[in-house]
Design a protein around this ligand. Structure first.
Ligand code: TYD
Length: 209
């Protein structure tokens, strides 16, 4: 039987490319049919247009600074048009990636943009998820899986294994410094075991909202 969500909870999924978070967010959404499942970059018509700009084309197409502005613009639109209205209506929102991806992908990989990321977030977004699942995985396995999908949206996968290893450390550091909302999940296991652990955490958190 589907679990009942008494009040809107904002849940995000994070991790390196190919870590399995999209599968896990889908499985969680199946357990909570009233929840809204959405994704970043994207999740509103305007933000989906920006998605194409940032995920396709040459890896050097944008500087880290320009990327940061594009991702933030997409997030602002997504928050205004999709996420906040759903939370206001009492719905749980399950989002594939949110601001933690920007902190790690743009803030901690190419030069140190983290302070700028934090300033822009505070000015333009100002909202954190209530609960964040960070799926941790061996970067070599995840990268092979991500590229095998052949989605055509591989600008970040194309930056290579060293980049994915840096990302992994960024996500581990975020989990450690935000223990009140982040739950680190071992993604090197079968899907059903991972899904059961995630559902248990989400159900617990909903019970206290
Ligand atoms: P996603 O569609 O989740 O790809 P995947 O399923 O391969 O993980 O995310 C697309 C890419 O966008 C991913 O490589 C991470 C990147 N990204 C950023 O660099 N910054 C951001 O703020 C977000 C939301 C995503």
């Amino acid at each position: 039987m589907a679990a009942h969500a008494p009040k809107g909870l904002f849940i995000s999924f994070e991790g390196i490319d190919g870590c399995g978070k999209s599968t896990q967010s889908r499985l969680l959404a199946e357990k909570f049919p009233d929840a809204l499942r959405t994704r970043e970059p994207g999740g509103s018509p305007g933000a989906e247009e920006i998605r194409t700009l940032v995920l396709t084309g040459d890896p050097d197409r944008w500087s880290a600074e320009t990327e940061l502005l594009l991702f933030t613009a997409a997030r602002r639109d997504h928050l205004e048009k999709t996420i906040q209205p759903a939370l206001n209506a009492g719905r749980t929102v399950i989002c594939d990636r949110f601001a933690d991806s920007t902190r790690v992908y743009q803030g901690a990989t190419r030069g140190d943009l983290r302070a700028t990321v934090d300033t822009l977030h505070a000015t333009m977004i100002g909202r954190e998820p209530d609960l964040t699942f960070i799926i941790d995985m061996d970067p070599a396995v995840a990268l092979a899986r991500g590229l095998a999908r052949g989605s055509g949206e591989d600008r970040f996968e194309d930056m290579g294994l060293g980049f994915q290893e840096t990302l992994r450390h960024g996500f581990l550091a975020l989990a450690k410094s935000n223990p009140e909302r982040c739950v680190l999940i071992d993604g090197n296991r079968d899907q059903a075991a991972i899904a059961a652990e995630i559902t248990a955490h989400a159900t617990d958190r909903m019970a206290v909202v």
